[in-house]
Design a protein around this ligand. Sequence first.
Ligand SMILES: Cc1cc2nc3c(=O)[nH]c(=O)nc-3n(C[C@H](O)[C@H](O)[C@H](O)COP(=O)(O)O)c2cc1C
Ligand SMILES: Cc1ncc(COP(=O)(O)O)c(CN)c1O
Length: 224
Amino acid sequence: MTTSEKPDLAGERSDYIGGRLIEADAPDEPWSLFDAWLAEAFAARDDGYLSEPTAMSLATAAIDADGHARPSVRTVLLKGSGDGAISWFTNYESRKGVELAANPYAAVSLLWAPLHRQVRMTGKVERVDPEESREYFASRPRGAQIAARSSAQSRVVAADALAERVAAETERWEGRDVAWPEHWGGYRMAPEAVEFWQGRPDRLHDRLIYRRVGGAWSRARLAP
Ligand SMILES: Cc1cc2nc3c(=O)[nH]c(=O)nc-3n(C[C@H](O)[C@H](O)[C@H](O)COP(=O)(O)O)c2cc1C
Ligand SMILES: Cc1ncc(COP(=O)(O)O)c(CN)c1O
């Protein structure tokens, strides 16, 4: 179709023909399966048919004055996984930062569309150690460091004002390391539930959910 035609939204669908995800092959805990799926997503990226393997949707929910939880969702990059938790980095004063300060429970979803796979996690979020944030910040490209210092993420901004901030910060740090700003750092979530979804023909997908109770994981199959 050409870009001037309206896409047929209702008629758009793909058939999923991935492998099975069955209990006999699945581990007792979610992390080895998550690592295996991540490795396959990176391999697909290397082979050129999947992009942004670490992109994940992050949902937070603020309770408004009327008592209703109002979810908000955005994409962030998964930056760490290990010791029973995942992590990402952002501006603590952003909308998501403000919402997490008020309500630390969040949900994430990773979609690896070419592999017909999705992983969802829910749980409590906390800030990582400032030292870890400082270290990760130091590893980022200089342009991204300057941007993090210059941008009051999620606030209304004039394009000119942002460009001026970037120019000022660029000049300020010329010839030396860009200092880590304390309002920018990591969050970690030790999920209490992790769901793996493998697309199957006729929408009869495989879904396995792991739930953590204390230190132990239970596993169950969910209807597609
Ligand atoms: C692929 C992709 C990756 C992104 N990664 C991040 C990230 O790691 N950290 C971040 O703060 N924003 C990231 N963003 C921008 C966020 O989606 C969002 O615009 C920003 O964090 C402000 O969100 P908030 O106003 O809800 O706090 C990314 C956007 C995209 C499309
Ligand atoms: C605003 C923002 N912050 C952080 C990130 C994460 O990027 P990096 O890999 O440079 O830490 C992104 C990635 N798109 C972003 O858009």
